[in-house]
Design a protein around this ligand. Structure first.
Ligand SMILES: [Zn+2]
Length: 458
């Protein structure tokens, strides 16, 4: 038994002696490694490890939360969390019922990428960096690699005791090309649930990314206006997550009258062909897990079925307050934070159309690929695509400078009139909410076609 396990077991035995409505604790041991390049040079390389935990207590509807690094401080920290909750509590505690779970089998599921020698990781990144630097007109490059392996023990006053592990790998590359006063860039985001081999052998993709940055220098700017637009799985997946998914997070829905009115279950948001899901139960994806950070089993939650809003994402608290069922979506980025309602793997389910069918009857439209950046504000979104091509008479035509898509998410969902059969999950993203960023998630979609989409130049 490790020290952390021994301490967790001790706490599990005494946790019910405290006077609370609910109390839980989370202990974490993590290892990370990182390598980054700025320009041609290595910027940083190293490894780190951390150990810590937290206690969260609920008394009369209020939470107390305290994190710590030194396990010797634990008794005092437990009492502090309880005092915080007692001080603020003045109503009835509401938490949706959850079954106690005892499970230590979720440990040692993931490969630990941190143990792969740094030299081996650096060798791969050197190769990618060389490819970028050998591309003519390339001005500079940015490369950020990170991996982690984390063991987490969770216990609560219901009698749950869960040991889980989680591994993560991310690689983000950006190539920047210049000519005269022009600057263009292209990026590639890769990730996996701890499997380093999934970011190996991407030399060709890295070369294409660098080449794209150069080609954009001479590409024409789009003529702004309304177009029929086809989104690739990456951009459509980001749209599902950023524009729609965050509005399905029940803490946000509960606290925001306007969103609560809009997000009425049963309301039509799209065509019969539209299904949007958040699913933490798919093995091997970055957003997957067996239990969330409240010890609730992961679920597959339909948000939209056949065009209608049918569900949303919950913690135990939001489920109780909204009189719905918990969905196992309470997540924290690490032990320093309490869990909040988050997405996992969010995607649009595949339809029937092939890519050729989607573009086949478009006289003049735009094919947009890849995510470059963007913002959302309530139901409005502005997204930059990393790549864009004209569609002319049913065929892909000339490349364009990167474009910006702007719109209202609900109008845009209604305007989806074609859903491809080629679902792909993008593992390169990270989600931010409040201070908790980046949380490992994945997004996905097949190609989708949207009518009347407002397109402008970057
Ligand atoms: Zn997000």
């Amino acid at each position: 038994m490790t020290t952390t396990q021994a301490i967790a077991h001790q706490l599990a035995e005494v946790i019910n002696r405290y006077s609370t409505d609910y109390i839980e604790a989370r202990f974490e041991e993590s290892q990370t490694s990182y390598i980054s390049y700025r320009g041609r040079e290595l910027d940083s390389i190293g490894r780190a490890s951390a150990i810590g935990g937290n206690v969260r207590a609920m008394v009369k509807g209020a939470w107390g939360f305290v994190s710590f690094n030194d396990f010797n401080e634990l008794p005092g920290r437990v009492e502090l969390a309880i005092r915080q909750a007692q001080f603020a509590g003045n109503e009835e505690s509401q938490l949706a019922p959850a079954e106690p779970v005892v499970d230590t089998s979720a440990m040692a599921q993931d490969k630990n990428p941190v143990v792969i020698p740094l030299a081996e990781k650096k060798q791969l990144l050197d190769e990618y960096n060389d490819i970028i630097w050998h591309t003519p007109k390339l001005q500079t490059a940015i490369i950020d690699y990170g991996d982690s392996y984390k063991k987490v023990i969770f216990l609560n006053s219901l009698g749950s005791y869960i040991e889980q592990d989680r591994a993560d790998v991310t690689l983000r590359l950006t190539a920047i090309a210049t000519q005269d006063n022009e600057v263009q860039q292209a990026g590639l985001s890769l990730g996996s649930r701890g499997d380093f081999s999934l970011i190996q052998g991407r030399h060709q993709q890295v070369g294409q990314m660098a080449q794209l940055a150069v080609e954009l220098l001479s590409a024409p700017q789009v003529k702004g206006g309304e177009y029929t637009v086809v989104l690739d799985p990456v951009l459509a997946g980001v749209f599902a997550h950023e524009a729609f998914g965050h509005l399905s997070e029940s803490d946000f829905v509960y606290e925001n009258d306007r969103v609560r009115q809009i997000m009425t279950l049963g309301r039509r948001f799209g065509s019969d062909e539209l299904n949007i899901v958040d699913n933490a139960t798919i093995p091997g994806l970055r957003g997957s897990y067996k239990y969330d950070d409240e010890g609730v089993p992961a679920t597959k939650t339909y948000l939209i079925t056949e065009g209608k809003l049918v569900g949303r994402l919950h913690s135990r608290e939001t489920a109780a307050k909204m009189k719905e069922k918990p969905t196992g979506n309470a997540r924290a980025i690490n032990y320093c934070y309490p869990p909040i309602v988050r997405m996992t793997n969010t995607y649009i389910e595949p339809g029937a159309a092939s890519f050729d069918e989607l573009i086949g009857d478009i006289k003049e439209g735009i094919y947009v690929k890849n995510w470059y950046g963007g913002t959302t504000s309530m139901e409005m979104f502005t997204f930059s695509a990393g790549e864009a091509y004209m569609i002319r008479h049913g065929k892909l035509a000339e490349p364009l400078r990167p474009v910006v898509l702007t719109g209202n998410v609900f109008t845009t969902l209604m305007n989806i009139d074609g859903i491809g059969n080629d679902l792909e999950m993008n593992q390169g993203g990270g989600c931010g909410k409040g201070e908790q960023v980046p949380l490992p998630v994945s997004n996905g979609s097949p190609h989708i076609r949207i009518r009347h989409c407002l397109v402008g130049g970057r």
